[in-house]
Design a protein around this ligand. Sequence first.
Ligand code: ZN
Ligand code: ZN
Length: 379
Amino acid sequence: MAKSSSSQVITCKAAICWGIGEPLKVEEIQVEPPKSYEIRVKMLLASLCHTDILCTRGFPAPLFPRVLGHEGVGKVESIGEGVEDLEEGDLVIPTFLGECQECENCRSGKTNLCLKYPLILDGLMLDGTARMSINGQKLHHIFSCSTWSEYMVINANYVVKINPSIDLAHASFLSCGFSTGFGSAWREASVEKGSSVAVIGLGAVGLGAIEGARMQGASKIIGIDKNEKKREKGEAFGMTDFINPDGNSQKPISELIKDLTGGMGVDYCFECTGVAPFVNEALLATKPGKGETLVVGAGTHQTVPINFLSLLCGGTLKGSIFGGLKIKSDLPILLDKCKKKEFLLDNLFTDHHQVTLKDINKAFELLKQPDCIKILINI
Ligand SMILES: [Zn+2]
Ligand SMILES: [Zn+2]
């Protein structure tokens, strides 16, 4: 069993959110060495995911101060006792889910929510303590990750080792957004060949859902976004039809989708924006009785009004975290596709959409540009 030579506290820079709606501050923090079954990771690259913005607004709980960022790639700097399948120097992507492959949920084949390594909502490590602090004050993590930091500590069961030949930016994009969309079409919905699909919101998650639907053989893939520039992006991943709701009278999105499907609606509708009223629109846009609605995008609304009759008549409304992907069983398959260049991930990114950690607040501004899908953060 390897024990790390590095057992010192590291002082390094990290992006901290101190309160709801406050701009991030890049400050010096202290990162403790990894405890048992943990690793300390030197972050190399990170990216901005929509959920990070929600976290600056206190999602899923107002835990401050907090080191943000949950997409990224890093190199293992040191390892704690008991970590057996990783070595110092390995390249990894941190994730917010674990997979023990043994608990009731892991064995069920029905969910990717492991009971032993759960989605962590209290901003702490599994033992209830933090590994990051600033001048003696505890810093909350974001889920099991905090990637906008030069160093972070994570339980080894929440990381996936990656092949060094993978484009690191692409690996970062696969650590949440794009994979979430792809998984929702592939694993969660198991979209059938020849079926019709609608995807609401064409950010990285929505484009991933389009790619997943294309790979599954969907014959009609409708993308919906109010940003006209997303038409080209959607088409690059296999979208067959585009709806810009702003350019179409006052009809609700569900009606616009029905107009493109002979009035029937689609077999599968993926809601990727996290805007609560769109969940009901997605449900109404599916075929009566057998349509499936997948809620994929995170949002801050507590409740959502749902059309009762559509559900009563047999509609399926299902939520999905990380697209139903299991990090040990499924994510390596996506990373392999990435390595083989089967995903056209260059379409998610242009060179001028990158910042350094110290300019992290610029990332939130860049994301408002109409042609911006992903932003890289050089740590
Ligand atoms: Zn498990
Ligand atoms: Zn995310």
